[in-house]
Design a protein. Sequence first.
Lengths: 349, 368
Amino acid sequence: MSGDPLVSVRNLEKYYPVDTGLFSRTESYVKAVDGVSFDIMPGETFAVVGESGCGKTTLGKTVARLYEATGGTIAFEGQDITDLDGKALRQLRRDIQVVYQDPSSSLNPRRRIGAIVKEPLAVHDVGTKAERDERVAELLRRVDLPVEFRHRYPNALSGGQKQRVAIARALAVEPKFVVLDEPTSALDVSVQAKVISLLDDLQDELDLTYLLISHDLSLVKNVADRIGVMYLGNLMEVTDSRTLFENPVNPYTEQLLSAIPVVESGEQSLKPPSVEVRGETPDPKDPPSGCPFHPRCHRAFDACDAVDPELVEVEDGHQTRCLHDPGPKAEAVAEHRSDDVTQEGVTED
Amino acid sequence: MADPILSVDDLSVEFETYEGRHHVLDGVDLTVEEGETVALVGETGCGKSVTAKSIMGTLPRPPGEITSGSITYDGTGLLADADAHARVQGEEMSMIFQDPMTYLSPVYPVGSMMADVATYSGGEDVSWLGMLKNLLGRRANRGEIRERSIELLDRMRIPDPEGTLDRYPVELSGGMRQRVIVAMALINDPTFLIADEPTTALDVTVQDQILSLLRERVEERDLSMLYITHNLGVAREIADRICIMYAGEIVEVGTTEEIFDAPLHPYTRGLLDSIPKLTGFEGDGIDGQIPDYTDPPTGCRFHPRCPAAMAGTCDVEPVESHAVGDDRAVACHLYEDGMSFGEAATVAEEEAGGPTDEPVTAEAGGEP
């Protein structure tokens, strides 16, 4: 890959304290995002997929600086934005915008569409009043909504139309980077397809970079350039979308892919050999020791409950977090293996 | 062929609200053969759940009103006879719901709820004293019920089934709650299951597990099932036959392979095209949105969104369901003169490229 990344995230952490007892002592932390690193190139769509509760939304919001990171750094256009505040942060907000999952709750029901879309312009003091009105009209046209909609309230719109309004609002200040947090999961498939193709057109036209957060693997495969698979606050596998489906190396990815229901016979052949899917995401307050996925893993071996793997590059641009590709943890794994010679060979499959 | 275990004929349901009268179901025909799993697929607001509730007898009336049609279960007409409906509902049918947290009470342990289902379904009268006894955990056959519950939870692969009986729903994960819901639906050995989006709230990996449990149980007990979902991929995994529903009408019925290999109705094709697939995705969705039920479109309810709508026909004449080959029916003016499956598929192919004149002339000739 060439060029400098637009967004560069290193060892990002977001911990939520778990308060218990009479005096709210902080007993432990929920590690919603636990040391995540990735780069997003300009003009690229980077998708984060994972099951509910894996921390993907927290990751998106932390990268957009809506949440304060507990640790690690976020760089935007080469500049460290992790601790930006005041005027500089305000300036940054024009470059980074977010589209949320449920448009019914992200749009204020008591304001008209025109006012909703205009608000970011007012906040950032863009243009005169007439210019702003003109810009709102242009934005509504751009997301294929009739301009008259500016006089309506959100409840007069269908789900797909509301999501278009949310997109128009995000684009009002001409951002460079948009975090799309499950932008279509509240919509029906026939509407979803329209919104996706709109987002795709907008990306080409306005030269946008997306961080797409989704749980829908089939969708992500078609929309994203690169994909990160997330589990319990960790990225388990990162690669381009083609490789992820053709040659997944992480057992969690294998289980996820194996579980997608498909609609075409041709698709079956694109899924990796079916593996047994078991268990559920454990309680993030009390994550398993070692590799977070080991209790559900069909390829777990004796070192997995003791050694926490690292994200390791297995080939160019393809990273996995699994002790089958131990990288710098090879020594620790070997140590555990020699403890228990009978387990020898279990890992070879 | 033997009579189907469930048959719904020309079912129409309306709702009276302050906005006006909603004509929700408009002549729904549906059959489920014994031992068969039929999926009812459609998008939000198409009337899937209303259909299920009408069958189950849990449609709130008012505001709902069944204006025409009949539902026959194993030879018994259900709509005419409320007692028969209650008996069938209690003894033969069970329903699995979408969101376990709304259907499980947060204040009772799992075991007590399962025992209540086992005791009270069937609609027999229970005396106040009996109920009080049950509430205090002194029901007559509690040992037997407990054993049955444990066995079922075990079959649903719930770890520590005995301990789970004494837990409250909040102590269980989403997947475990859904397993409890399934176990509860099975406790009285129903012969007919209605599953209303049972996996929609779940992650794919958990969905996969629940689907295989359901499939296993259905095969083992030779149950008949009506599976309601908006997800065609899920329908493909579980169903023998699929009914596609749009705006209160069944627009297409066929075996699972037929629906996926050669969808006939323009809506079915639009829906299939809209789904992102692993093989690629060039679909562009379907224009428009589902109609307002207070004033549904005349003629075919899909015509305002249909890429192949024929002016003068589709917006005027009501559609009827046309048989296309065995076991296959499609409610579309394009397939009006009883063509074979092969012919219809050809029409479908042609029309995918753009509306052709051919079906229009064919349709002008013969009124079925």
